[in-house]
Design a protein around this ligand. Structure first.
Ligand SMILES: [Zn+2]
Ligand SMILES: [Zn+2]
Ligand SMILES: [Zn+2]
Length: 340
């Protein structure tokens, strides 16, 4: 078994394939395989149950892989991406293939067994965000990588889930198609109007006031004008900045505060739904001389939160048109009025 990255020649998107053996795959489909591990390997005191730590925020004088940390990072056990490999590109007939080079890290956001990030104090969320920044910056040194993405899969409590708050960081030898679409759109908007499209959205949303969920000194959280999923919510920094890793301490605190309120509202209104969130920031900008000329002016980092409360139906899959049962304005109003 040897995993690899394959490019779809029609859409231009890349996939990772062949990450599991046949037996392992069918076993992973069986219910109960993910039975809650005991003791929880993510809890402080159980560091020996995980791969060796890559990085941790810890009390002075405490040792790696020992208690004393507040946020801890170690490599994922999944072997979809492997950091030890050389980057090789090759053709198979008319198709493009790359080997599955990449970093896949787990960021444990609390030493205590707490399920949702939004249940942590703001100061602790800020520490997790600081570690997101540090890991993205550190992986930039590796010349094989072109993009790093931090994301979270939050699932409802169940005996089959670990239920300990964590996020994942993946560094890839290419920029994901979804981000590329945004980058290109932002670049051409800037080319036409000499304004950042995200800054225009911030201005418009603050002025209209119809889709705002929450606002603080540095951030705006809102339901997009044309969301893909019900209660999809974005958080944008009000001040223009393309690069998430450049935000300072006090801005990170404001980000932690608005994340806590926004996620808590979604959680309360929709009764702890499964959700994803992801941070989109600038790529590592390796290839293509001249290509990134305006990126610091045209792109604007942000967080996208995607609750999964409805099944995406055939029409959406086939046409790319999502159907929203409620308007953005009503969804934002419901979230705004959700008392915590
Ligand atoms: Zn735990
Ligand atoms: Zn901007
Ligand atoms: Zn985005």
């Amino acid at each position: 078994m040897c995993a690899e990255l394959r490019k779809d020649i029609i859409s231009g998107g890349w996939i990772i394939t062949n990450t599991k053996g046949k037996e392992e795959f069918f076993k992973s489909l069986e219910p109960g395989v993910r039975v809650k591990e005991k003791p929880c390997p993510f809890c402080s005191g159980n560091e020996k149950e995980t791969p060796k730590e890559i990085y941790a925020l810890r009390k002075p004088g405490t040792l790696p892989d020992q208690p004393g940390w507040s946020v801890r990072v170690f490599p994922s056990k999944e072997k979809a991406l492997e950091i030890e490999k050389e980057l090789e590109r090759r053709g198979v007939g008319i198709y493009d293939v790359m080997n599955n080079v990449g970093a896949h890290e787990l960021i444990i956001e609390s030493p205590e067994h707490i399920k949702n990030l939004s249940d942590l104090p703001e100061e602790q969320i800020k520490k997790a965000l600081l570690v997101y920044q540090k890991r993205i910056i550190d992986l930039k040194k590796d010349k094989r990588f072109r993009y790093a993405i931090v994301f979270k899969n939050q699932r409802p409590s169940s005996p089959f889930r670990l239920g300990h708050t964590h996020s994942q960081l993946v560094a890839l030898p290419l920029t994901p198609e979804s981000v590329k679409g945004e980058l290109e759109n932002a670049k051409s908007y800037y080319g036409e109007k000499e304004r950042c499209v995200f800054c225009d959205v911030v201005r418009e949303e603050l002025e209209a006031g119809l889709r705002i969920v929450k606002e603080n000194k540095s951030f705006l959280s809102y339901v997009p004008f044309a969301p893909r999923l019900p209660f999809e919510t974005w958080i944008l920094p009000k001040r223009h900045n393309a690069d998430f890793t450049q935000e300072d301490d006090s801005t990170l605190f404001d980000f932690a505060a608005i994340m806590k309120v926004t996620l808590s509202k979604i959680c309360k209104l929709l009764e702890d739904p499964p959700l994803n969130y992801m941070i989109h920031s600038i790529p590592y900008m390796r290839p293509k001389v001249g290509y990134w000329k305006t990126i610091h002016k045209d792109y604007h980092w942000h967080l996208e939160i995607l609750p999964h409360i409805v099944k995406v139906e055939g029409f959406s899959w086939s046409s790319g048109f999502y159907i929203e049962p409620l308007s953005s304005e009503i969804m934002a109003e419901l979230l705004r009025e959700t008392k915590l």
